[in-house]
Ligand binder design. Sequence first.
Ligand code: SAM
Length: 230
Amino acid sequence: MKFTFVTLFENLIRPYFEDSILKRALQSGLIEIEFFNPRDFTTNKHNKVDDYQVGGGAGLLLGVQPLFDTLKKIKDTHPDAYFIFPAPAGKPFKQIDAKRLALKKNIVFVNGRYEGIDERVVETFANEVFSLGDYVLTGGELASCVFSDAISRNIEGVLGNQSSLDEESFENELLEAPSFSKPAFYEGKSVPSEFLKGNHAKIANLKIEMAKLKTKYFRPDLFARKSARR
Ligand code: SAM
C-alpha cells in the first residue's frame, strides 16, 4: 500500500511513521509513504497557497489552483490513486472502512488547512470524504495519520499476530472484552477466577458475555444496533 499525503506540513505526518509498528511496516515494504506539497505547484510569484473566498466569508481557503494542479499531477502519474478528503462534513470513519480500504493499492489523503478546501476540488477528485469526529481541527493531517494507522494494521503482515485482529473491538459490533496482564493478582485485585482454571471454552464464553456487557455499558448505540439485527 502506498499512502500519498498532500499537505503543506509534511513534518506533522512523517514522524508518525518513524516508530513502532508503522516504522517496521515501512522498513519491510508493506507500506510506503510519499508527500506532495501544493506550494510546489503554485503559479503565482510568491508561492501563495491561500486565497480569499468568492462571495465573502470568514477566513482564507486553500486556493483552488495549487491544489487542483497537485491532484491532477497525482492522478496523471498514479494509476491506482484513490482520493480521500478528511473533512468535518465527511461520514464518520469506521473500522469497517479501515478494513475495506486496506485492500487499495494507493490512497491519497488530501489535507485541508485554513478554512478548508475549494468545493470544486472535492467534487472533481474525491472518492470519499471522511470525518474524524464532530469537532473542527486546524488541518487534515491528524485525521490522515489516524486513518492511515487504522488502515495499515489491517494490511496483511503489518501486525505481528494477525489473529489479534479477530478479537478486537468492532468485530461483530462488540467492544473487546476486558483483558488482564500478568500477574493474576495485583494490589489486592484478581482477574476473573474463570481465567485461572484453564478451560478455554469456558473462558471464551465468558469473554463473549463480558464483551456484551462492556458494549452495553460504554456504547449503548452499538449494542442496540446489534440487538436490532438479531
Ligand atoms: N471551515 C471548515 C468547516 O467548518 O467545515 C473547517 C476547516 S478546518 C479548520 C481545516 C481542515 O482541517 C479541513 O479542510 C479538513 O481537512 C481538516 N479537518 C478539520 N476537522 C476535521 C474533522 N473533524 N475530520 C477530518 N478532517 C478535519
